[in-house]
Design a protein around this ligand. Structure first.
Ligand SMILES: Cc1cc2nc3c(=O)[nH]c(=O)nc-3n(C[C@H](O)[C@H](O)[C@H](O)COP(=O)(O)O)c2cc1C
Ligand code: SF4
Length: 552
């Protein structure tokens, strides 16, 4: 097949909305890397100054600038893969480079080559990555987003329809958008991407905000180490996410929608593209959906590897082809989002929760949680437990039930000494605090947060200072550098955890707490505010392990 010319690639994307990322990917896929000529063609075609384009392209992990480029292996060296020997695997593969958590903490170490994800711990025995179905709920609790995910064929349009798929959309099109907003508000569904903002309130703000066209963005960036729930939802239930996006669009008055998909999920790009094509052919996406007055375009935009692009302002800048710095807030995306117009940014799990809520009602959804906590949460559990994976838990479930009864606990003869919360953004919980229940108020009362629901377990063989050092190094690497408390603070904390700093515990503690306090109070976004949770909780639970490192 003849490769498309530079001009043909530019012409293909020039007049589209949000063209930069797909155009860069088109060149990257054609050549295997982004050559000088390619960047010049993109710069001219999209009228982006070359220097600005160069800065943006090099910000992302996965845009290669020279051969072997895309075909060179990238090895996940996230916290769980590090325990499995990721550094050695990376060193044993030709041309390999490390990459931050690739969202497969439930598998052996993932290695991305081109558009393929392989897994393994041995360079000679890498195999295509499996797609584990989420385990059935061992507690027998009723599920929301996973209720039908195990139905054979669910990822296809016909399979999805067999279990009530797109009935919710059909149902709401017969009513007013405001009724849908009221229903979602009544369900008490709150954002599952980390911040937990009430979804009904967000949608109402977008619906009421002046300015058109409005946009819905599905945040499928899932860069938080230890989180891999959105991957499972997109892989096994893509139509549920698409239907959730269409419902969000109807509720808010949006006429365009994007899925911002992380680079590290190439197989999901193909699954989503197929599901979108099926939905388009069935008049579920596009003009006059199902014969109604409601029209909405829906497209995928692939990221290129940057944790900060999960932060909604950064994501919107990335979509717009700008340097992906977080935006100052206010104004918020609900009034000034994509192209400065009203935008609902929602997480994959949030959106996938909407169709069942519409079908079964707000009271049903609220009743799924325990002790008055409304609804459910998918927890991505990994590390030192016998059955890692994604579990949909009722809010209010004891953490120990999940760790020990559902996931089989640690290897026999060992104890879980700590878990991370919110991926790594909630720091550690240990000791008596492992007796928490899984709901935001209870976890916050213990000084952490549930966030996006990634939990990594570490048994008594692990050195917690090493784990903390690695988490802080991730934040230092992924800090976008826009504000100095985070840019410098994450580096200084990494050095302290390396043992480079004061050699008595009291001085070490006071310095580290001081740096953390400044970061928490002056950082411009959640990355810099959350990073000190790691050092604060390390000092709270493991002062002896810190003393061993500091005073060594
Ligand atoms: C550093 C950082 C990374 C984030 N990464 C993600 C992410 O990968 N996926 C996500 O849905 N939200 C992420 N968020 C939260 C988003 O900014 C935003 O709150 C969310 O997408 C809104 O959707 P929700 O209300 O449905 O949760 C991140 C926030 C921060 C500060
Ligand atoms: S807190 Fe960190 S990641 Fe966020 S804007 Fe500042 S430098 Fe960037």
């Amino acid at each position: 097949m003849i490769s498309p010319t530079d001009d043909a690639l530019v012409a293909r994307w020039q007049r589209e909305t949000a063209p930069l990322l797909p155009l860069l990917h088109a060149f990257h896929d054609r050549d295997g890397y982004l050559s000088e000529e390619a960047l010049k063609a993109v710069s001219t075609g999209l009228k982006i100054p070359l220097a600005e384009l160069f800065a943006t392209v090099t910000f992302y992990h996965h845009f290669a600038r020279q051969a072997p480029g895309q075909s060179a292996p990238r090895v996940c060296t996230g916290p769980i893969c590090a325990l499995r020997g990721a550094d050695a695997l990376c060193a044993s593969l030709a041309d390999a480079t490390p990459m931050p958590c690739a969202g497969r903490c439930d598998d052996p170490i993932p290695v991305i080559k081109g558009h393929q994800v392989l897994v393994g711990t041995d360079a000679e025995a890498l195999a295509p990555a499996p797609a584990p179905l989420p385990a059935p709920n061992p507690g027998g609790y009723e599920e929301c987003v996973f209720a039908d995910i195990r139905t054979p064929g669910r990822a296809s349009l016909s399979g999805y329809r067999q279990t009530g798929g797109y009935q919710a959309l059909q149902q709401v099109l017969a009513g007013e958008p405001a009724e849908l907003v009221a229903l979602i508000a009544d369900s008490q569904l709150a954002g599952r991407g980390g911040a937990g903002f009430p979804t009904g309130q967000k949608w109402q703000a977008v619906a009421e905000a002046p300015g058109e066209p409005k946009t819905v963005v599905c945040n499928a960036d899932e860069g938080e180490p230890g989180c891999f729930k959105d991957r499972a939802l997109l892989e096994w239930d893509p139509h549920a996410v698409i239907e959730g996006m269409l419902l969000a669009a109807y509720a808010t008055g949006a006429t365009r929608a994007f899925i911002y998909l992380r680079y590290e999920y190439p197989e999901i790009n193909a699954i989503l593209a197929n599901a979108i094509a099926e939905a388009r052919a069935a008049n579920l996406i596009g003009e006059h959906i199902l014969g109604s007055d409601f029209s909405c375009a829906l497209d995928i935009r692939r990221g290129a590897g940057a944790y900060i692009c999960g932060e909604e302002g950064s994501l919107l800048n990335s979509l717009e082809g700008k340097h992906p710095y977080p935006r100052n807030r206010p104004p918020y995306p609900v009034t000034h989002g994509f192209e400065n117009l009203p935008t609902a940014v929602n997480n994959v799990e949030t959106l996938a929760s909407v169709p069942p809520i519409v079908r079964r009602g707000a009271a049903w959804y609220r009743s799924l949680g325990l002790d008055g906590h409304p609804g459910t949460k998918v927890i991505s559990l990994s590390g030192d437990v016998q059955r890692p994976g994604n579990y949909e838990v009722p809010f209010g479930l004891p953490l120990n039930t999940l760790l020990h009864e559902w996931a089989g606990g640690p290897e026999s003869g060992h104890q879980i000494q700590a878990v991370t919360m919110a991926g790594i953004s909630g720091g550690f919980l240990a000791g008596d605090d492992l007796n928490t229940t899984l709901d935001e108020p209870a976890v916050r009362a213990r000084g952490s947060m549930l966030g996006a629901g990634g939990i990594m377990a570490f048994d008594d063989r692990r050195n917690m200072v090493d784990i903390a050092r690695q988490a802080m190094a991730f934040f230092a690497e992924e800090s976008c550098g826009k504000c100095f408390p985070c840019r410098i603070g994450t580096q200084r904390l990494t050095e302290r955890l390396d043992g480079d700093g004061p050699t008595d515990l009291a001085t070490w503690r006071s310095e580290v707490e001081d740096i953390g306090d400044v970061m928490k109070s002056t950082s411009a976004c959640g990355l810099g505010m959350a990073a000190p949770f790691i050092t604060d909780s390390l000092l709270k639970y493991f002062p002896d392990q810190v003393a061993q490192r500091v005073c060594a």
